[in-house]
Design a protein around this ligand. Structure first.
Ligand SMILES: [Zn+2]
Length: 494
């Protein structure tokens, strides 16, 4: 039985492009040894009826019975990644395939690499399928809501192992190039089957990889070869535009480089991209304006809950210069009437941008989302951060992905929202106290039935997400805020 599984797995390894038919006996023996078996029976060579992950599961099962794998989650993941490494050509070969496909069509290159990363289980397709996803209709178009259930829950054994794990500083972080092929530890992900595509961005060496827990189609990460902090400069805009020129079917964006308004990793310079159209991409320009120094750049304010300036141009160098000027103006801009301050009294800077680049048929597009990470007595978590009354749904940072209209909500909401539904239907429930006010408001405003309650809750979560984004917006959508936005624009527009 297991001999057939080993033969089938070997067939997939050879088909992956990293081995030849001559390697078959060698590969089968390597796998045989890994799972702790001693002999192979003669079986047929065929196109396997199972998927790669099904075959992997069968091999892991035998290895567990033979005590070749421990019970903890990390031990199993390390073993799985080592098995799947057979289905993954070495980095030089993956890069050569990528370049070969790229020469005919950039889409074929990313298709090849994305498929490889799914087949070898580097992208955790099965875990991602557990996420709860739904669209929520709002005044800004349909926003996307995801309750993130893909990160595996840690079992007690895992937690104990992590506690006892020795402190290691290699790789320096989870975005470093040194992750490629790294075995992993109880407190660090298994990466034997991980591959990175090398990218040259105007003379600097960068890596291109997918996210193991993709939040949207072809969610990729472009990372600096050097472990250095996130920093928004003119070069950021240059690089973003260069990346969409190289991969015109992908968008790419950069998180802000300050805490509260930045992403979860500020210590390693990186961008995120992918093949997905977010609600913000489709949001129209409400009002256009001209830039004095950049006559060939079209500029406008986007109809969006956050404060977004959209720039469009044929020439990417001119576009990057225009973006950098607006960024520089914003970095020093204050408007006390709106609680907007560029610096604290001690000189700490508070202004930065989240930026997103896209390649359009007519040229390039760059969105600059103005960010401010100040805190106040009233809003100790951030003046332009989800306020207390919406934190029962979302209290985490509003990073690049949320900014564009895709909410990544914490796993606790999967069960909590079910309790809210019971409460709304006046059934027995264990609804958390912090949802009470929200639930009562929902109840007061509409007639709730068993038939419509699920739709209502989705729509209401969408409304809270709109509020979350409005809280993160520096120039509010009211008259006073929009007048403030125009005062800022007047500092560089004609
Ligand atoms: Zn790093």
């Amino acid at each position: 039985m297991i001999s057939q599984t080993i033969a089938d797995f070997t067939t997939l390894a050879i088909q992956s492009g990293g081995w030849m038919e001559m390697d078959r006996v060698y590969l089968q023996n390597r796998i045989l040894g890994m799972i702790g078996e001693t002999q192979l029976e003669a079986v047929e060579t065929r196109q396997p009826p199972q998927t790669s992950t099904q075959l992997m599961d069968e091999l892991v099962e035998v290895a567990k019975n033979n005590r070749r794998v421990g019970d903890s989650l990390s031990e199993q993941e390390i073993f799985e990644a080592q098995l799947m490494d057979f289905l993954t050509p070495p980095p030089s070969v993956v890069n050569a395939f990528f370049a070969q496909f790229y020469a005919t069509d950039p889409k074929k290159a990313t298709d090849y690499f994305y498929k490889l990363c799914k087949t070898n289980d580097y992208i955790k397709t099965r875990a991602i399928a557990k996420n709860i996803e739904f669209p929520a209709e709002t005044e800004y178009g349909p926003l996307e809501i995801t309750i993130n259930l893909s990160k595996p829950e840690k079992d007690p054994k895992q937690i104990a192992q992590e506690k006892n794990a020795e402190e290691v500083h290699y790789p320096q972080c989870s975005l470093c190039m040194e992750n490629e092929g790294y075995k992993g530890r109880s407190n660090f992900p298994a990466r034997t089957n991980h591959r990175i595509i090398r990218m040259n961005l105007d003379g600097e060496s960068w890596g291109f990889q997918y996210s193991p827990y993709v939040y949207y189609n072809e969610h990729c990460i472009i990372l600096s070869e050097e472990h250095r902090p996130m920093e928004i400069t003119k070069k950021t805009f240059d690089r973003l535009l260069k990346i969409v020129e190289v991969l015109p079917h992908y968008f790419v964006g950069s998180n802000a480089d300050l805490p509260i308004v930045g992403g979860s990793i500020l210590s390693h310079d990186h961008y995120q991209g992918g093949r997905h159209t977010f609600a913000m991409d489709k949001a129209p320009i409400e009002q256009t304006f001209s830039l004095e120094k950049y006559p060939n750049v079209t500029a406008g304010i986007v109809k969006w809950p956050m404060s977004v300036i959209r720039l469009q141009a044929k020439n990417k160098e001119e576009l990057a210069r225009a973006a950098n000027e607006i960024f520089a103006r914003w970095a020093v801009y204050s408007d006390e009437a709106l609680e907007i301050s560029a610096y604290s009294q001690d000189g700490t800077p508070h202004h930065t941008v989240t930026s997103i680049a896209r390649k359009k048929e007519e040229g390039f597009e760059l969105d600059l989302v103005l960010r401010d990470n100040n805190v106040s007595k009233e809003h100790p978590d951030g003046i332009f951060h989800p306020h207390k009354d919406v934190q029962h749904i979302k209290q985490e940072n509003i990073g690049l992905i949320e900014v564009m209209g895709l909410a990544i909500l914490p796993p606790r909401l999967a069960s909590e929202l079910k309790e809210v539904v019971h409460y709304l239907l006046e059934e027995k429930n264990e609804m958390a106290a912090y949802h009470q006010l929200w639930a009562d408001q929902i109840k007061a405003n509409q007639r709730i039935t068993k038939e419509n309650v699920n739709e209502i809750i989705k729509k209401e979560v969408g409304q809270v997400f709109v509020r979350v984004l409005e809280d993160a917006g520096v120039f509010k959508r009211d008259e006073q805020g929009q007048a403030g936005f125009k005062r800022f624009i007047a500092t560089f527009a004609k």
